[in-house]
Design a protein around this ligand. Structure first.
Ligand code: ATP
Ligand code: MG
Length: 180
């Protein structure tokens, strides 16, 4: 599995529709301060289901929507699509290419789609759980995260190993069924 493409519309500083193609191997995003490099990683985090505005460096979820500039009016919707190559069936879904879309409107409404079909956030979380790509996973290591991991409590650190080992899904299911 690898990241093939990221499509952004109205997300943070990206007012224009933008499609970024990734090739296999290492991609580095470079640019001056404030040009939107971190906004790209925020976009990936967000489409994978991040619910905390703070983790996206904003105060409220609406802050992910383009808020306007000197030459452009603010937009009412932000949309991100992440396209993954799933040729190796790493994600348990019967498609060789998987796209995940998240939209949010200023009204607060949001939508999630898997392969352009409307779904729940839970479906996205379940799809990525134990794949190494979930929002809690180790695939995105933000600034300060290394230090956070090193200084975290053993129980917190254990979560990372559980995600890596692929047991988190079963643990979550067990907890849910015990609650019922
Ligand atoms: P650095 O090198 O300093 O880390 P960076 O390239 O990572 O910079 P970002 O933090 O990704 O930069 O981008 C910050 C820019 O995004 C700021 O100019 C900020 O005004 C803009 N921005 C963030 N949210 C919005 C929004 N909702 N609407 C418009 N612009 C936004
Ligand atoms: Mg940055």
């Amino acid at each position: 599995m690898f990241l093939k493409r990221l499509e952004l519309v109205g997300f943070k500083s990206f007012a224009e529709r933008l499609s970024i193609d990734f090739v296999k191997g290492v991609t580095a995003v470079v640019g001056p301060n404030g040009s939107g490099k971190s906004n790209i990683s925020d976009a990936i985090r967000w489409v994978l289901g991040e619910q905390s505005a703070k983790n996206l460096r904003g105060a409220k979820m609406e802050d992910v929507i383009f808020s306007g500039s000197d030459s452009r009016a603010a937009l009412n919707m932000a949309e991100i699509t992440l396209v993954l190559d799933n040729e190796d069936q790493h994600l348990s879904i019967d498609y060789s290419e998987v796209s995940i879309t998240r939209r949010v409107f200023r009204s607060g409404d949001s939508e999630y789609l898997i392969n352009r079909q409307s779904c729940r956030l839970k479906d996205i979380v379940d799809l990525f759980m134990d794949s190494g790509l979930g929002k809690e996973a180790f695939s995105i290591i933000g600034q300060g995260r290394v230090e956070e991991i090193l200084s975290s409590k053993p129980e917190e650190r254990r979560m990372i190993f559980e995600e890596a080992a692929g047991v988190l899904k079963y643990k979550n299911r067990k907890q849910k069924s015990e609650k019922k």
